[in-house]
Design a protein around this ligand. Sequence first.
Ligand code: SF4
Ligand code: SF4
Length: 311
Amino acid sequence: MISTDYLKRKALELQIPNTRVASAFPLSFERAIPDFFKRVEPKSVIVSLQNYPSEPLLPSDPLYGAIAPFARSNYYRLLRKKQEKLIKSLKLEYGGSYYVSCNGSLREKPLAVRAGLGSYGFNRIISVPGFGSWIVLGAIVSDVEFKPDGPSEQINSFCFSCGLCVEKCPSKALRSDSFCREKCLQYLSQIPEIVDEALSVWGSIFYGCSVCQSVCPLNIDVQPFEESSVFGGIGAFVYLPDIIFMTDDEIKERFRGTQLALSWISPEALIKNALIVLSQSAEGREFLYKFIKAGRLSLRNIAALLLERFA
Ligand code: SF4
Ligand code: SF4
């Protein structure tokens, strides 16, 4: 087995804040299994994190919607670029084949636990000592057999079960013993349908929810984000009247290269989110009246329903 000293030193040189290694068995997948796994026998997984800034900003103008901190820039792309550079160094040193998953095909959270990088909190999110849960994860699978770090008992009991995330979850998606994805505002902001019970707690969400992270004491005194340049910046707020009349192509162009360009976030979902936020203020509802006459047909019913509910 190969020592991970060189690997971890290189990772730090590339400003990857924390990297640990796990055995590659077993692997589970979020999406279709890539061809790489049909021709290469995986031996190790190199799991890394990228932290991101976490200021809990809310718009003061009702015509703006909020973006959750993890999506304000494309932190996955930032980490992926660093992982690709790390692979170049590892190939030169050890040879071998490598596959990167960063918000990709692999289920990265269980790998972070197996590597002893972090552990699940009550909020079902991975938290890491020194970084809390304001992180994105990425994994590199290789047929080179690096020495695994293994899980850490100390890290596995990191969440101290204070229950604040459960108590403050706006939609009651989180319970101490369960999580209901269909109630979670993060999930609901990715789909075009509206769920009646979520409307009264929606607030100013244009994309994402991070309440169960904002209230978590594990996120106090975490390492600051220190990158000088990031990719795919959107910022914390989006002006919504511009969004609701856009075509799919215009929305794709507006958010090209950002976290909102992911294939599973439909343009209709983003317009629906904007309509919900706008329906909550008199100024915003003016745009909904226009939308009912001139907006996309598939969402006019939703706009009418929102006007009925909030007017
Ligand atoms: S993301 Fe928001 S809605 Fe989902 S579990 Fe956390 S606090 Fe609840
Ligand atoms: S808020 Fe409390 S219970 Fe929830 S993840 Fe953080 S430490 Fe654990």
